[in-house]
Design a protein around this ligand. Structure first.
Ligand SMILES: Nc1nc2c(ncn2[C@@H]2O[C@H](COP(=O)(O)OP(=O)(O)OP(=O)(O)O)[C@@H](O)[C@H]2O)c(=O)[nH]1
Ligand SMILES: [Mg+2]
Length: 239
């Protein structure tokens, strides 16, 4: 089976180290279309059964489209249909890293978390309750050390399993009842060209009046009015 992984995570969490460990010399370096942000793509070595491509996304703190790196990452995740996002989380900086994780989960692309720098956690005598964290976030977590090469086999096996499952759990309802209701109103007016698993993400962005998303979406004047009044209602709720 042809499988595509996207490696995403904060700057300095170990993506390139992981990318090199997964691909060996089997990699190609170029630029993302139209921008001078480096794009690294390679084939996962040692997996004979499947043809796995892995893409090293630029390091980002969020998916808000303010920096070039964020735009590149967001466009890739939404338009190029990776089968799985491998989200590298620096286990020594877990709180800051999980902010991006929640945004990645919301894209509707299945996420497998690589809890990286596990060697440092062990050295410090700490233990992270990955079982509980995995339950809360609704995605598998594998402890890894990209530097020492540990956990990589398990990570690939888990990500392949998720890719082969095809369908997956949609992002859960996480907002207040009122916001969730607004999302439910927006989802059906979104075009059929947006795949079902990504509709929730687009609906949230429509409600946020995200400029890049609004430029992509065609709405009837009636739907525009409905969405405008939903936004106004939510503004008062969030004030
Ligand atoms: N101890 C330890 N160090 C690691 C691990 N993974 C990566 N590092 C180190 O962390 C530093 C950053 O690693 P990179 O792979 O360059 O991180 P990156 O995510 O590609 O960074 P950007 O491309 O800048 O976003 C390097 O010094 C690595 O050697 C790990 O599992 N354990
Ligand atoms: Mg890097």
């Amino acid at each position: 089976m042809n499988i595509k992984f996207a490696l995403a995570g904060n700057p300095n969490c170990g993506k390139t180290t992981m990318f090199n460990a997964l691909t060996g010399a089997n990699q190609y370096v170029g630029n993302w279309p139209g921008v001078t942000v480096e794009k690294k793509e390679g084939k996962v070595k040692g997996n004979k059964e499947d043809n796995i491509t892995v893409v090293d996304l630029p390091g980002i703190y969020s998916l808000s489209p303010y920096t070039l790196e964020e735009v590149v990452s967001r466009d890739f995740l939404l338009n190029e249909d990776p089968d799985v996002i491998i989200d590298l989380v620096d286990a020594t900086n877990i709180e800051r890293n999980l902010y991006l994780t929640t945004q990645l989960i919301e894209t509707g692309v299945p996420v497998v978390i690589a809890l990286n720098m596990a060697d440092l956690i062990e050295k410090r005598g700490l233990k992270i309750d990955t079982k509980r964290l995995s339950m809360v976030l609704g995605c598998p977590i594998i402890e890894t050390s990209a530097l020492k090469g540990t956990g990589l086999k398990e990570l690939i096996a888990e990500a392949v399993k998720v890719a082969k499952q095809g369908e997956h759990q949609l992002p859960q309802s996480i907002f207040s009842e009122k916001i969730e209701k607004a999302i439910d109103t927006v989802v059906p007016v979104l075009s059929e060209t947006i795949t079902a698993n990504k509709k929730r993400w687009y609906a949230v962005k429509v409600l946020e009046n995200d400029e890049k998303v609004m430029n992509h979406i065609v709405l009837s004047s009636q739907n525009k009015t409905t969405i405008d009044s939903l936004r106004k209602e939510l503004e008062t709720e969030l004030d």
